[in-house]
Design a protein around this ligand. Sequence first.
Ligand SMILES: NC(=O)c1ccc[n+]([C@@H]2O[C@H](COP(=O)([O-])OP(=O)(O)OC[C@H]3O[C@@H](n4cnc5c(N)ncnc54)[C@H](OP(=O)(O)O)[C@@H]3O)[C@@H](O)[C@H]2O)c1
Length: 311
Amino acid sequence: MSPDRLRAAVAGRTVLVTGASEGIGAVTARRLAAAGAVVLLVARTASRLEQVRDEIVAGGGVAYVHPADLSVPAEAAALAEELLTRYRRIDVVVNNAGRSIRRAVADTADRFHDLERTINLNYLGPAQLLLVLLSGMRTTGGGHVVNVSTAGLAINAPHWSAYHASKAAFDTWLRTAAAELRHDDVTVSTVYCNLVRTRMLAPTAHYRRAPAMSADEAAGIVCRAVARPRIWWPWWARLGGGGGHAAPRGGAGARRGATGGGGDRTGTGHGRRGPSAAGPAGAVGAGWPPPRAYPRHGGRRRVADGGRRDR
Ligand SMILES: NC(=O)c1ccc[n+]([C@@H]2O[C@H](COP(=O)([O-])OP(=O)(O)OC[C@H]3O[C@@H](n4cnc5c(N)ncnc54)[C@H](OP(=O)(O)O)[C@@H]3O)[C@@H](O)[C@H]2O)c1
């Protein structure tokens, strides 16, 4: 996308980027700010956020730092309240902060916290953040939510169960909410990223030589989605056509320890070469690929019979 087109779409708009201290989020924030957006930077590490902000400001842009641990829903809610009070209007939310864990189920017996850690940051925290921010968008005339997800959802690749389940949970929540959000003029976009060479991937020896996008390339796709709402996934995920409901056959890599399963590895389970890059026995997941557009029907905001709403 040309800088001019990005500028036309975001100049003067307030864009919140979570996970803006590193990787895809940091590059996305810099690009959006360079195109004239006012960028709100969120992650845990204040010093890294300040570095990103200082680079943006040195380049003539505008950015503000808001450190928060989004894996704690109460902290996410408090952050959202603070942002609404301070900025009144947030036009775009790039939901990018994330955590991945690569571990065999057999090695997770005494590590239930793997599931809790991934679900907290990849689903519950951002959902809580959005619940508050969406109430703001509702009163300010709408907005746009851009979710950075993983194309690994197309593949039931061994060792990624906790991570993929947590990314799928948020993906399903947002996809389901999309029809309702339309009524409030809130648009939803999702970018299902390939393998991206970032800090997240670094500890995973398995993927050291796998083809991967750069953070710059991934941020380019995210920025295109910010400028023009879309659902993006890589070519190989499209090939599945939603046909594969089968579980992956247990290849060598699926067996405990076959790829050195055990340590807390971070990274993602997908690569440019296609499903095979994510694991030896990938199968296209149920319901894949996701629709090209979110549904327009349904999701009436008011209950038709004026009926009671659960509190
Ligand atoms: N890398 C890949 O191969 C790949 C592929 C597909 C999708 N993705 C998705 O892309 C997104 C960005 O990943 P990345 O590769 O850029 O990872 P990264 O370089 O590790 O960056 C992750 C970002 O999330 C922030 N973060 C982590 N825990 C947080 C918490 N509890 N609260 C607030 N912020 C937190 C980190 O900052 P702090 O540590 O300072 O909090 C950092 O800014 C993730 O959602 C990931 O699932 C990545």
